[in-house]
Design a protein around this ligand. Sequence first.
Ligand code: CA
Length: 408
Amino acid sequence: MRLTRRTAVLGLAATALSACMPGAAPAPGATFRPAPNPAFDAWVAGFRARALARGIAPATFDAAFRGAGYLPDVVERDRNQTESTRTLEDYLAIAASDERVSKGRAALARHQATLDAVAGRYGVPAHVVTAVWGLESFYGERRGAVPVISATATLAFDARRGAFFEDQLIAALRILQNGDITPARMTGSWAGAMGHTQFIPTSYIAYAVDFDGDGRRDIWSDNPVDALASAASYLARSGWVRGQPWGIEVVLPEGFDRASAGRGNRRSVASWAALGVVPADGGALPDHGPAEILPPAGGRGPAFMIFRNFSVLLRYNNAESYAIGVGHLSDRLRGGGPLRTAFGPDARGMTLADRKRLQQQLTAKGFDAGTADGVIGAKTEAAIRAYQRSQGLPETGVPSMGLLQRLG
Ligand code: CA
């Protein structure tokens, strides 16, 4: 989701990677149907006056709220955001999964002409725009079907982050008033992130563009042209530097002083090279101006040297994992390979390959662990529990090497 300031303001990004996990599947059971709520109706009546005072026409308001209502599932989702800290390894396994890479390469080829035109105007290369698209909505497959007026009104009414969402609701009404979209077609995520680019309404107003020239800025329709240009517009306006990569994977020298790394510790590429930092791919470090080093997360796995464009990606969604995810996916879409440095064993002593094998074995034995991607999610945990139950073992749902050995 992917809410830049979006995420920053909503407080999703810093710890809750799962909350902005790319292409998160809809929660089972959530229908997002309005439920009667007299307190909400009273709130809407009061809000109407505030909206009109902020320039929303009565006709716009009334058309927007015809059929809109309080969405209990939205509040439920807002209250139950998992604060789980997904590892960077898990995040990247999902963000640059085989499926997301292959679909992205196909999308890049299919929309090459549009993406070239977009790159010409905004300076953001085709593979970067496509990677953003891939993380935001799985290349348009997961644009979200929740009515935006109802979702933002529900969150504005629900006082937890009321002021922020009242602004989003006003922005959504402005979009309707401008005629870019009809209320029925204005859909998005449960938190009001809309269309291919998952723009919240204020981001839409600031950055969306009409690239095909039909007079409407349409980020919702099957045709992604306006959306792709809008994502590029967002990055360009956030300071994207033409011709500069986001960063590259590097290998740090033995005894590298981690205190010199991290965001905010900017040095010339020559000075990093002098300290012994080398590209993971070999050769010389490319010089795209002052750079920072992101050391391996939690002391294991790949390190990165990042340039200014990394912080531009953070403007789209303020989570380092997201920016690394977009950057790495974009490299993959351009034909690059997987990261060179393995993450190594996790806290339970299991490597990615071990976890994949565990999932495969569970599924092979009739305990469906879902896609064998090495990411232990709810489905794998349920499969482990079911297997443990079948074996008369304590039902922990926790993966382990012992379990893997037992499975064969
Ligand atoms: Ca258009």
